[in-house]
Ligand binder design. Structure first.
Ligand SMILES: [Fe+2]
Length: 295
């Protein structure tokens, strides 16, 4: 008896850069995905780190249902961003009640390279973001590969930071970057500073990556200013033009990325004239471990 031929891939993946990112075509996500299709998608997620799905209608409930395939979806401590009766969704919008631009950027922290949820003990795994309304100019999302960032560090740097840990603190990055709508005392209690290794082993691929970004405030066991300088230097080294993918949004696209090995940022747009409404959810991952396998 002949073995059954392998079933054809349920979607096609087109690489977006030589290093990271793929466009995934052929799926209607609002219909849900079967376990087999999700397995194949998850393999693509681990391989390409960033998946872009072409424009399609995806209601809020279907977005949350799709996210749940990856794992438990985070309910964000900043509850003013909860959307559409789904506390799992975090809506960033610059529109007023009449649907006109209100002139305010809803979260300036997103303009700096970071990884979602690094300020939690259990950090972000996949972020899943849908563009309801996107600006005609600006408001892009950029991604940077942190496997490549680690691989390209000199041996001296690798030796220097091996075993080093950083304190990640949402109150620090929010206050520094946003300046208004600061965290309440209750929100601060819900999100106290946490420590994570700077060099992280990815729990599924086993590959090593750099894990810092804009929520990293200080280095454990190092004077504050010295730690700040080291974080700034490493954050700058981590972003390299040949290891990034810059996405210019079309309305109704969905993007999924792996926060464990990717940093991202949004670019500026004019919030007085342009409209931008995106909804996002983040799937919880795990407590990061270092190259020694310890948290
Ligand atoms: Fe983010």
């Amino acid at each position: 008896m002949r073995a059954a031929a392998p079933s054809p891939a349920p979607f096609s993946a087109r690489r977006l850069t030589p290093d990271l990112g793929a466009e995934i075509s052929g799926l209607d996500l609002a219909q849900g995905v079967s376990p087999d299709v999700f397995r194949a998608l998850h393999d693509a997620f681990l391989e390409y780190q960033v998946l872009v799905f072409p424009p399609q209608e995806l209601p809020p409930g279907a977005q949350v249902a799709f996210a749940r395939n990856f794992g438990e979806v985070q309910v964000h401590v900043m509850s003013m961003y909860h959307a559409d009766g789904f506390p799992e969704l975090y809506r960033l919008s610059n529109l007023d009640a009449k649907g006109n631009p209100d002139g305010k950027h809803p979260d300036k922290g997103t303009l700096y390279w970071h990884t979602d949820g690094s300020w939690r003990r259990i950090t972000g795994q996949a972020t899943i973001i849908y563009g309801e309304i996107v600006p005609s100019c600006g408001g892009e999302t950029h991604f940077a590969d942190m496997y490549g960032a680690y691989e390209r560090l000199s041996d001296d740097w690798k030796r220097r930071i091996a075993g080093m840990r950083a304190v990640h603190n949402l109150d620090f990055s929010r206050t520094r970057r946003h300046g208004t709508d600061l965290m309440t005392e209750a929100q601060k209690r819900d999100a106290p500073p946490v420590e994570h290794p700077i060099v992280r082993r990815h729990p599924e691929t086993g590959r090593t990556c750099l894990y810092l970004g804009d929520h990293a405030e200080s280095i454990v066991g190092m004077a504050y200013d010295e730690g700040r300088a080291l974080i700034e230097e490493l954050n700058a080294l981590a972003i390299q033009p040949n290891l990034t993918y810059e996405h210019r949004w079309r309305p109704h696209e969905l993007i999924v990325w792996d926060n464990r090995c990717v940093q991202h940022r949004a670019t500026e747009y004019d919030p007085t004239t342009e409209r931008r409404v995106v909804r996002r959810c983040t799937v919880l991952g795990e407590e990061p471990v270092g190259i020694d396998g310890k948290p």
